[in-house]
Design a binder for this molecule. Structure first.
Ligand code: PEP
Length: 261
């Protein structure tokens, strides 16, 4: 079993005061024993310097939730991958379903964002996932395969070896209704086969599950071969919940071959 990666997605939450306490608690947990797990937080970009200053020198990585598909220029309000990398960030989430749905991000744009993140030296966390209607129509596999393929087509095979994938069923995000272990494993297996078809060297990429992971379902989801960690939304905002999910991952038997951050 690969060492797990637990990544928080803070979405548009936080304040300088509440962040300070949350970051200190996560840092403190990861300074103790039993840290057989990789941990990071993807914060609103305005807080990336706060995350850097609170976490540098610790076992906790930081990153953002989006980067621009462009290098630089007249793109008011956007933040480039290189700007984020200047704050020693590790991760950039790309293609989160909230951005695909609310900001009209197409598969092509997501591929370009992943490419820009890689050029800047960031690890893109490529989110894929189906809506409830797509699942009910039996289209889950086809939808997530197409979303992943669009990213793989935008980047080189060597760069593809550096990405993290997050399977996040849209119907499970923020709803309290997680995918079952069987549903998550089946979709992860489909994604794994896309990777294998693309290049045999991609077989070991981490595929996280995201969607209503909480302390009470974390162990069941994480204790599976093929689920290489979790992308955590709501539960990453409460230090006790996030730390409890970290504990669940750290207590699994995992090797340390894929340490990131
Ligand atoms: C997310 O938005 O990436 C997510 C997984 O959210 P939640 O854990 O709140 O479902």
């Amino acid at each position: 079993m690969q060492r797990k990666l637990i990544l928080g997605n803070w979405k548009m939450h936080g304040s300088t005061e509440s962040n300070a306490a949350l970051l200190a608690a996560i840092r403190e947990r990861m300074s103790r024993e039993n840290t057989n797990v990789d941990v990071g937080v993807c914060v609103p970009a305005i807080f990336v310097e706060q995350a850097r200053s609170a976490l540098q020198g610790s076992a906790v990585a930081w990153g953002v939730q989006d980067v621009s598909a462009h290098v630089q220029g007249a793109f008011t309000g956007e933040i480039s991958a290189a700007m984020v990398a200047g704050f020693q960030a590790t991760f950039a989430i790309v293609g989160h379903s909230e951005r695909r749905a609310n900001h009209g991000e197409t598969a092509l744009v997501v591929g370009e964002k992943a490419r820009q993140a890689l050029v800047a030296g960031l690890v893109p966390v490529v989110c894929v996932g189906e809506t409830l209607a797509e699942r009910e129509a039996g289209a889950t596999d086809a939808v997530v395969r197409a979303q992943l393929a669009a990213v793989l087509e935008a980047i080189s095979v060597d760069d593809a070896k550096k990405i993290v994938i997050a399977y996040e069923p849209v119907w499970a995000i923020g709803t309290g209704r997680s995918a079952s272990v069987d549903e998550a494993q089946a979709t992860h297996a489909g994604l794994r086969s896309v990777l294998r078809e693309y290049d045999a060297g991609l077989d070991k990429l981490r595929i996280l599950y995201g969607g209503s992971i909480k302390p009470d379902n974390a162990s069941a989801l994480l204790d599976c071969d093929g689920i290489d960690g979790g992308l955590i939304g709501g539960a990453s905002l409460k230090s006790a919940d996030f730390i409890s999910i970290i504990e669940a991952a750290a207590s699994l038997h995992a090797d340390d071959s894929l340490h990131v951050g």
